[in-house]
Design a protein around this ligand. Sequence first.
Ligand SMILES: CCC/C=C/C=C/C(=O)SCCNC(=O)CCNC(=O)[C@H](O)C(C)(C)COP(=O)(O)OP(=O)(O)OC[C@H]1O[C@@H](n2cnc3c(N)ncnc32)[C@H](O)[C@@H]1OP(=O)(O)O
Length: 293
Amino acid sequence: MQSTRIGYIARFISTSRQRLADIEVTEASPYVYHVKLDKPKKRNAFIPEMWKELRKISKDLSANPKCRSIVISGEGKSFCAGIDLQEGFGEVMNLFENDNLDAARKGRILREFIRIPQDGFTALESCYKPIIVAVHSHCIGAGIDLITACDIRLAAKDAVFSIKEVDVGLAADVGTLARIQKVVGNDSITRELALTARNFDAEEALRYGLISKIYPDQATTVAAALEMAAAIAAKSPIAVQGTKVNLNYGRDHTVKESLDYILAWNMSQLNTEDLMKSAMATMSKEKAEFNDV
Ligand SMILES: CCC/C=C/C=C/C(=O)SCCNC(=O)CCNC(=O)[C@H](O)C(C)(C)COP(=O)(O)OP(=O)(O)OC[C@H]1O[C@@H](n2cnc3c(N)ncnc32)[C@H](O)[C@@H]1OP(=O)(O)O
């Protein structure tokens, strides 16, 4: 078990490119990893293997001490066109046609089928390292599930978003409906967008609170995301990762519960050399170097 884990870590410590199930992982700069959806001919549409791979990548990077922040972007004309409508539902179609299983047994299989994309995106949320997503052009259906599981969302001017699931006959079940109101805090607009599936552009996404900044094009959006990721990676990893964990916890709990949680968290995490290093660097206006964690 231990050797497998080390094997994964070693793989990511290497600066060489990793290309797995249409997702490319590169070390963009020290401590910054770039995860690129790389299936441009299909507009980065998801199939189950891609979700499984995304989960593995997120878990590996979460455990990798040489990774302190992550950028996700999409290669080609669209950021992500949602689930692959030709291949993504293959298993479900086979299940519908299977007359040997009763409804309850089919339900159990369907539950595991839906869990794969859920776990793929939830792994981004639970990854200790902050994830900045750089969106350009189409961000549809599963694309919105993906970005709402990330920490910071930046977009190019040409970005077009759609919570598209009602148009393909389903309630979005792999993250959007669970997370988007916590991300934007606007119930009426959320319901309008999720119930009509209409497109909305980058300006509207900014007003709505889904994204935090707009850039002129894809290249400048990715460059800005990498720059932001590098700025985060230069800070204390103890402080940064503790901040992500506690922001996630605070979002899902009461103020009292969250205060209690961070008390317990900082009972160990305040015992860090990073505290003194950061304070001294601030006073001397010099850059601090932090040990891996
Ligand atoms: C348990 C499951 C949980 C997950 C649920 C997820 C649900 C969802 O994601 S719902 C949303 C599904 N996606 C869509 O409805 C988008 C479909 N695509 C489009 O509307 C358009 O393709 C798009 C607006 C993205 C781009 O339009 P454009 O005119 O610029 O290009 P096209 O000629 O339409 O497409 C280019 C080639 O890409 C292929 N493609 C695009 N989207 C998908 C897709 N979702 N699945 C599979 N393939 C896709 C398209 O077929 C073209 O291929 P080719 O003809 O071979 O060039």
